[in-house]
Design a protein around this ligand. Sequence first.
Ligand code: SF4
Length: 489
Amino acid sequence: MKRKILFLKPYDFMHTEYNGTSNPQFSPIFPCSLATVLSWCKSHLGEDEFSFYGLDGYLFQDRMEGVLREVALIDPDYIVSNINVLTFHLVESYYRNMKGKAKLIGLINKAFPEDMVARYGDLFDAIIEKDWCSSTLSVIVAAEDGEIGKSPGVWLRDEGGKPYFTGKGEPHYISDYPLPAYREFHGERYNSFFSYWTEGCKYGCIFCSFGTAVYGRWRARPIESILEELKELYSIIKRPMYILNIDNELTLQREWAEDLFEAIEKASLPLSIDTNIRANHVDEEFIRSMKRGGITRVGFSLESSDSDVLQLNKKKLNWEDVDRTIRLLKKHNIIFQVYIMQGMYGSNRQKDIDTFRYVVDEMKVRNVGLGVTLPYRSTPYYRVLKKKEWIEDFTLDNYLWVGSHVYKYSFFDKPVGTKPFWRISDDYTFEEAVDTYMHLAELKPRKKLFADFVKPLMFGNPSVFGGYIRSVCRSPGYYIGKMIRYVRN
Ligand code: SF4
């Protein structure tokens, strides 16, 4: 009998990806990271002794209820699932009910492995924080030999219930990844797709919990492999594709990025790409080539308009670059969002408000992303605060407090967690930064639907606009709801 391995994306209100990205999620988006882990395991274990299944809770009308039914039918020997440290407690009972005889392997991407093992170590047979592909494979191989503890790269619980790490997993790089398993995960049922083309970052911003912290130096996939993936995807879905490339920094190596955009343009695929850029890497010629390569929306950071704060946080950016990039993106009709942060190391209330005023009033940016800077344990920022004795700890419980009290994520039916405390500078605390965030969130500009959303799509890429209209016609209720939320925000 073949052993069955199920790769499960739960309906858990968040997308959780191997490069450290996690954001709220309410509609189906192709789970690229998990589908890549499936492909990796399939190519290494082979199909003689194993069968591989992909399941996404977002594709079921009745969400996790549907997942429960399907898991019972498959009756897997292993369940590999990307879970979110912020929301796992909301779906925990489903996992307890579906586990059965299966070994449960959890893939997480934020710096709370000890907390997760301490909380859920009785449920999970292994928790993996980094190197999702190689560590998942080695856990399965070790489990087949009867001893998961022999696998490196895994967080486990000892007999006394104490979390421990089995040692660094085998590193692997994005250039080695196989294409995500689009067919096993029913790629044809999605309109939006996460896709990863680069990893890591050459910068070392002290607050960054992924970037260099997760994958070290910047690396890119071969352009042919990206093209092969896009073509394969198009052959499956046969309609315009909306690609969410959430690499930390797609444009870090200009020559590579320009070659990629040119190759995408030549392939003439109907697609629209959303990605992240760094303002100091782009000029007008580059933006033209981005646009020809299908980029219709970008996000990039300023974080703070105060040069001392940027320097203290090793951001290596200045507002002139951001200013120039904003003007060019407006000129070329590319939708964009600018991220700014409240409570960066060394900042204060006035500096945070000045940053907001600069972006919104002077630069007339309508889509501004706000965020309170958090000292994750793996970051240099945390170590700086520790050294100054300005923080005691930043735990999973504190992170839950931030999710439910600061961001007020709608999936929390009641506020949870424990309020954290730390100093940000001599005249600013975390509590005051939260207050500033709340104040600025009230002042955020309302978006204009036509100018910010429809017009750039129309002029940016007509075939994508056609695809967008077709999707609206297929499920009008979903899109009308989405529009209402968009305008309200
Ligand atoms: S530029 Fe800074 S914030 Fe962005 S990924 Fe790199 S290290 Fe992180």
